[in-house]
Design a protein around this ligand. Structure first.
Ligand SMILES: [Zn+2]
Length: 116
């Protein structure tokens, strides 16, 4: 099987998009981003939005199908449950900021270290 990689360009607010890279090595999926937070392996909106299949974050709409392929990897990984948890927390009427921060940190770790 070997190592597979998908890189997507996320809107940065400038002409220079951030690169969100998905690397699948056997069962292990890691996700990196070149933005100031992401580059240190922390949670960032780009990784989160690309992993959540949010097409609005893409710099180029033509990367739609590549994003879908990356999303399938995410669904097959343990990161998926963590993303769903964060989306649920964000959707609550009264936002629990502590719980949201904790969920974001967990996603950051899972994306950085990969989970088998
Ligand atoms: Zn980022």
């Amino acid at each position: 099987m070997g190592k597979e990689e998908i890189t997507l360009l996320a809107r940065s607010g400038t002409d220079d998009p951030f690169k969100v890279t998905f690397t699948k090595d056997e069962d292990k999926l890691t996700i990196t981003c070149t933005c100031p937070e992401g580059v240190h392996g922390e949670f960032c909106q780009h990784k989160f939005r690309v992993a959540s299949n949010d097409i609005m974050v893409l710099q180029h709409p033509g990367q739609n199908s590549a994003m879908l392929s990356a999303h399938v990897w995410v669904i097959e990984s343990p990161i998926s449950d963590k993303l769903i948890k964060l989306l649920q927390l964000q959707g609550e009427e009264e936002q629990d900021e502590d719980a949201i921060s904790k969920a974001e940190a967990e996603i950051g770790t899972a994306m950085r270290e990969g989970t088998v």
